[in-house]
Design a protein around this ligand. Structure first.
Ligand SMILES: NC(=O)c1ccc[n+]([C@@H]2O[C@H](COP(=O)([O-])OP(=O)(O)OC[C@H]3O[C@@H](n4cnc5c(N)ncnc54)[C@H](O)[C@@H]3O)[C@@H](O)[C@H]2O)c1
Length: 250
């Protein structure tokens, strides 16, 4: 049995994780943490990690990048694994995450879906095969409540493209005005927001007279919740280190 704590439990993702967790015989949701105290489907919810007394094997976080310090402090103190699923971390925070992974088992991914993690591999392969002759543009679409842009997944896909070019690519976010001709080193990244779109990512390789498009569309938040639980089970009892979805799926 894996005892989890859901951070951001009152949010859209937190509720989806709780619903799947309560239907999973291998998982027990021992507690939640959010901005307000309360209770959800029989699970006690605290407004601070300091109030958690239950034994926790893994924390699944779907709160906010702003909550990072509290999460790291709790994981260090309690010895549990940390499954970081929120997006929008600054480069300083990413450095802190890397440092913390030296002492705690820490999982982080911008996208928990199996499909997107396959897409990541396919995008790298396509970039290696198509090379400089194809211009790469990434278009992501999300619901109108999403706070960060572009999505963490769009960055993740851009990094996969960039790896294929030895880090020589330069990211350009949207375009406006007299920007001049496109440079071949550019990877364009575009964020579309509207309605209830769960999450769509498209990577377009535009060459001379032909276009290759690789894309993924999430139809419900359940794919991410299922990925988070899979990651929590995988992380339980792991030694300190930094893990991602590719480790879980390997
Ligand atoms: N990695 C993935 O695959 C994936 C998938 C979906 C969403 N996300 C990310 O997960 C995060 C949450 O998404 P959501 O749609 O559930 O958002 P949401 O706004 O519906 O929920 C966030 C919840 O966290 C709580 N919260 C915010 N700041 C907090 C803090 N400092 N301490 C404690 N609780 C806090 C809020 O009160 C809210 O209940 C976002 O960063 C989003 O981009 C990641």
């Amino acid at each position: 049995m894996v005892n989890i704590l859901i951070s951001g439990i009152f949010g859209h993702m937190g509720r989806n994780v709780l619903e799947l967790a309560q239907a999973d015989a291998q998982i027990a949701c021992a507690a939640g943490v959010d901005l307000k105290e309360g209770e959800l489907c029989g699970v006690p919810v605290y407004d601070s990690f300091d109030k958690v007394t239950q034994k926790i094997d893994a924390v699944i976080d779907f709160s906010s990048a702003a909550n990072l310090d509290n999460l790291l402090a709790f994981a260090k103190k309690s010895g549990c694994a940390l499954v970081l699923c929120a997006t929008g971390y600054t480069s300083d925070q990413l450095a802190k995450i890397g440092e913390a992974a030296k002492t705690i088992p820490l999982f982080k991914t911008a996208n928990l879906s199996v499909g997107v993690n396959l897409l990541q591999k396919l995008v790298k392969q396509a970039a290696e095969t198509l090379g400089e002759a194809f211009d790469v543009e990434i278009i992501e679409r999300h619901h109108n409540l999403k706070k960060d842009a572009p999505s963490g997944t769009a960055f993740m896909l851009a990094e996969s493209v960039n790896e294929a070019f030895g880090g020589a690519k330069e990211y350009v976010y949207g375009r406006q005005g007299m920007v001049g001709a496109r440079k071949s080193a550019e990877v364009g990244i575009h964020a579309v927001r509207g309605g209830t779109i769960v999450g769509e990512h498209e990577v377009m390789f535009a060459g001379e007279d032909e276009i290759v498009t690789l894309s993924h569309s999430a139809r419900s938040k359940k794919v991410f919740a299922a990925g988070a639980l899979k990651a929590a089970k995988f992380m339980c009892g792991k030694p300190a280190g930094k893990y991602d979805m590719q480790d879980v799926l390997a």
